[in-house]
Ligand binder design. Structure first.
Ligand code: XMP
Length: 515
């Protein structure tokens, strides 16, 4: 294990992910954790992340300086370098010119951290402060034309760089991190999917004991992988609840049940509550109200089902109740803040929230992972590609893709159009290349002509975006041929749509979903 102490940089999670890319386990902890907590993990090394503050700010994030004296190798990155210099008696100053973006760094001293790297490197910088005087025992290992770029004190096993090796713009960043983690720390590269599966299964089995767990299935990657993992640990002591909220994709309610039961062997309770949801959605046009209605209704349906399950399964006087959630790292919203990971469940997470008056304990087996890592785990669990490769689908489903009122009729129209988009994107081999691709039904009618007849029908927008994590996205330059086929198929096959437009807005300023 390598411990990453987080000083609040937007890139901290990337460090963890890079390290896991070479099969070494790493955990991110808020910089404020105690020395005991760090020691308990028996780490092979410590990485101090970057951060937005200056070491002189009144509320500058602080770690226990004793981490620098544990005898473990330490790598400071950006603010991590400032922290080291500041605490060991050197001097940090505000730089006359901020360095932001690409920079050229020259290695000026041999050190194992730069082993095998070129003497001149193109790196990514993002800082306003710089080291002006090094602490005793430190040498300058690299510099840019005007500032300190790397320092080391090999006797104390401390290295630091001013640039960000974890971002893709730093070409040799991976090698640098590998030099630190593998060669300097001697961490073993045994964090493989099998290892993760095995240790998670053991942990969950021990945690749940004689208890029972429930899991809300959405049909998406995260909840399915979480459910399969937990089922591997506790078998039929896990019951999955799958709710039809009336705004799923075409045939999804039936298809997901079949896959989950027959291919994945999960114990699934399927609840068709579509009428209940659509009744509640009648007359609602405001996007936030739609989300609230769906979220609220979901909790109430889920609550009812969960109670039935626990009543039925209460046995031996033990009724320890667990809730499995497919929360991923990016869902743990405040995790990158220096205040430490938040345990709040995202209000828009598919499960919507904990059943109101049941004291369920959470199992979140995927909490440390990124989506591509979850897919890797799913593949290793033998799950079928059509689940693993699924594009994200929002909890409020097609409701946030039907602008204006959501009615059964409009859901049916959008389901048909959506199916065509998915089919054609898959047929063109683009399904995995784009982050999401879907249709949106607009409350706009326009005039058309079909077979000598005047038409007056709905407009459908096509949205396809490329993204790493959904936080930012570019509209995808789909080939005209694909757009042509999608458009002509929708207009000729979907009754109620006579015009198709393509959304060419990136995020920001747009969002991915239209509501
Ligand atoms: P936006 O539209 O905010 O979406 O750019 C970013 C990503 O989040 C998904 N999304 C949701 N997922 N419940 C969810 O489970 C929601 O209410 C929700 N809203 C947006 C969206 O599909 C995209 O992947």
């Amino acid at each position: 294990t390598v411990v990453i102490l987080d000083f609040g940089s937007q890139y901290t999670q990337l460090i963890a992910r890079r390290i896991r890319e070479f099969n070494v386990f790493s955990v991110v902890l808020p910089c404020t954790v105690s020395l005991e907590q760090v020691k308990a993990l028996k780490p092979k090394g410590i990485i101090l992340s970057g951060g937005p503050s200056s070491v002189y700010d009144a509320d500058a994030p602080k770690a226990d300086p004793a981490v620098l004296a544990m005898g473990l190798p330490v790598l400071g990155i950006c603010y991590g370098l400032h922290f080291i210099v500041h605490h060991l008696g050197g001097k940090i100053e505000s730089a006359p010119a901020r360095e932001y973006g690409h920079a050229e760094v020259t290695v000026i001293a041999e050190t194992p951290l730069f082993s095998g790297l070129p003497q001149v490197m193109n790196v990514w910088m993002s800082h306003g402060d710089e080291a002006k005087a090094l602490p005793e025992g430190f040498v300058l290992t690299a510099q840019t034309s005007n500032a300190v770029a790397g320092i080391a004190n090999e006797a104390r096993k401390i290295w630091a760089v001013q640039f960000h090796p974890e971002v893709a713009h730093t070409k040799q960043g991976m090698e640098l991190l590998k030099n630190f983690v593998i060669d300097i720390c001697g961490a073993s590269a045994d964090w493989t999917p099998e290892h993760f599966i095995q240790s998670t299964v053991e942990r969950v089995r021990a945690q749940v004991g004689d208890g029972h767990a429930i899991c809300g299935l959405s049909g998406g990657v995260d909840s399915s992988v979480a459910a399969v993992l937990v089922a591997k640990a506790i078998g039929d002591k896990l019951t999955c609840i799958f709710v039809n909220n009336g705004v799923l994709r075409k045939d999804e309610f039936a298809k997901v049940q079949t896959t989950m039961r027959e291919q994945l062997g999960l114990n699934v309770v399927a609840v068709d509550a579509s009428e209940r949801f659509l009744t509640k959605l009648a007359g609602v046009t405001d996007p936030e109200t739609k989300r609230k209605v769906i979220g609220g209704e979901f909790i109430s349906v889920f609550d009812d089902e969960a109670k039935k399950i626990f009543e039925a399964e209460k046995h031996d006087g033990k009724d320890v109740a667990w809730l499995v959630q497919g929360t991923l790292y990016p869902d743990v919203i405040e995790s990158s803040s220096v205040h430490g990971p938040s345990h709040t469940i995202k209000s828009h997470h598919n499960v919507g929230g904990l059943p109101a008056d049941m004291k369920l304990k959470l199992i979140e087996p995927l909490r440390d992972l990124f989506k591509d890592e979850v897919r890797r785990i799913g593949r290793d669990l033998g799950m079928p590609d059509d689940i693993i490769e699924r594009q994200p689908f929002p909890g409020p489903g097609l409701a946030v893709r039907i602008l204006g009122e959501v009615t059964a009729e409009r859901v049916a129209i959008l389901q048909e159009a959506d199916q065509i988009v998915v089919d054609e994107i898959k047929r063109a081999g683009l399904y995995r290349k784009v982050w999401q691709s879907f249709a949106v039904l607009l409350p706009v009618k326009s005039v058309g002509v079909m077979g000598d007849q005047r038409t007056y029908a709905n407009t459908c927008a096509i949205r396809a975006v490329e993204s790493e994590d959904g936080m930012t996205a570019d509209w995808a330059p789909l080939p005209y041929e694909v757009l042509r086929t999608i458009s002509s198929r929708i207009v000729s096959e979907v009754r109620g749509i006579n015009r198709v437009v393509y959304d060419i807005t990136s995020k920001p300023p747009g969002t991915i979903e239209w509501e």
